[in-house]
Design a binder for this molecule. Structure first.
Ligand code: AHM
Ligand code: MG
Length: 332
């Protein structure tokens, strides 16, 4: 049938978005265009990421710019690229970015969508040639198109996302997204400059063998998290932690596992940000059959109260996330 045919020939992201347009909650074509804008910015950031190691030796191959300007940091470059793509595209009215203190109101009277984005996550891995990522959430504005942006347009809980995704700049670059009808993954083919559907209808294994947590903070954890990790060790599960959320999440999504960034003594809300880190991945994991919680409630049901709000995050295979939750409920 049509869908088998679509998967059997080389299915580019563009074709897939077009093919799937009827699945979108609002099939106006604008969300499709917005996803294409994001994909284009991702290609540009991918190019910059690939060049990152050469940034400081540009002179060796004649690339130093005449002004001798210092190379901009990759996270700044990524922010500029995504901001440009989102503001020029015309579908977006406001942007929340990890790199910007306040909401960017694009004053775009026809934009229906609000985007929350972490343009380049995994900052500690940028300079050491380890995988990094982009994370994005897309919401439809609540107030009428053309009216001024209001707080209710921005402070939407994750269950209102119309689409979410991430880009992983890894040994291959991938774009994974959902519009609420399953999760699909695309791998970038450098020489052709195209993302191709490589992981159709991704499903998170119900259980897994991997746990991912920064164990250096062990003395700061709540006792239940400590006991859970202890039980992982007793079962001889595998410990894997890259320190790039997208990369850790992606591996666990494919292989089965749980990622935890719990509250610590110093940071009771953990480290990760609700609006542009946790929500997008929570939508994706649920769409893939997994689960995401802050330990007390579903990530997607948290009502945000500030732009850069943090949340503890426990996300991954359903059974493993449930085990953590039951440790917490048993202790309270
Ligand atoms: P960043 O937004 O400054 O890059 O921080 C987010 C990153 C995540 O990618 C990663 O999962 C986490 O921080 C790792 O934190 P830690 O170094 O405390 O383990
Ligand atoms: Mg980040």
């Amino acid at each position: 049938d049509q869908s088998n045919l679509a998967y059997s020939v080389g299915m580019t992201l563009d074709r897939f978005i077009k093919f799937k347009q009827q699945d979108f909650p609002f099939a106006s074509g604008e969300l499709s265009q917005l996803l294409r804008d994001i994909a284009l910015a991702a290609k540009i950031v991918n190019r910059e990421t690939n060049r990152a190691g050469l940034a400081n030796i540009g002179g060796a191959f004649g690339q130093t710019n005449v002004q001798g300007e210092e190379q901009q940091k990759l996270d700044v470059i990524a922010n500029i690229r995504f901001m440009r793509a989102l503001s020029k595209g015309g579908e977006v009215c406001a942007i929340v970015s990890e790199e910007e203190d306040s909401v960017i109101d694009l004053q775009n009277s026809s934009g229906k969508y609000v985007v929350a984005i972490d343009p380049l996550d995994g900052s500690s891995n940028i300079d050491v040639n380890i995988s990094i990522g982009t994370i994005f959430s897309i919401y439809r504005r609540k107030t009428p198109v053309g009216s001024p942006i209001q707080e209710i347009d921005i402070m939407q809980p994750g269950n209102q996302q119309v689409a979410a995704g991430y880009v992983l700049y890894g040994s291959s670059t991938m774009l994974v997204y959902t519009t609420g009808c399953g999760v699909n993954g695309f791998t970038y083919e450098n020489s052709l400059g195209e993302f191709f559907l490589s992981h159709p209808e991704m499903k998170a294994p119900k259980d897994g063998m991997i746990y991912s947590i920064n164990e250096g903070l062990q003395l700061e954890w709540e006792p239940e998290i400590f006991s859970y990790i202890q039980s992982c060790k007793e079962r001889k599960l595998q410990s894997r932690y890259i320190g790039s959320l997208v990369a850790d999440f992606h591996r666990n999504l494919l292989k089965g596992g749980v990622y935890l960034y719990p509250s610590t003594l110093k940071n009771p809300s953990g480290k990760l940000r609700l609006l542009y880190e946790a929500n997008a991945l929570a939508m994706i994991i649920e769409q893939a059959g997994g689960k995401a919680t802050d330990g007390n409630q579903r990530i997607l049901d948290i009502q945000p109260h500030s732009l850069h709000q943090r949340t503890p995050l426990i996300i991954g295979s359903e059974k493993m996330v449930n085990e953590v939750i039951s440790m917490k409920t048993n202790s309270s």
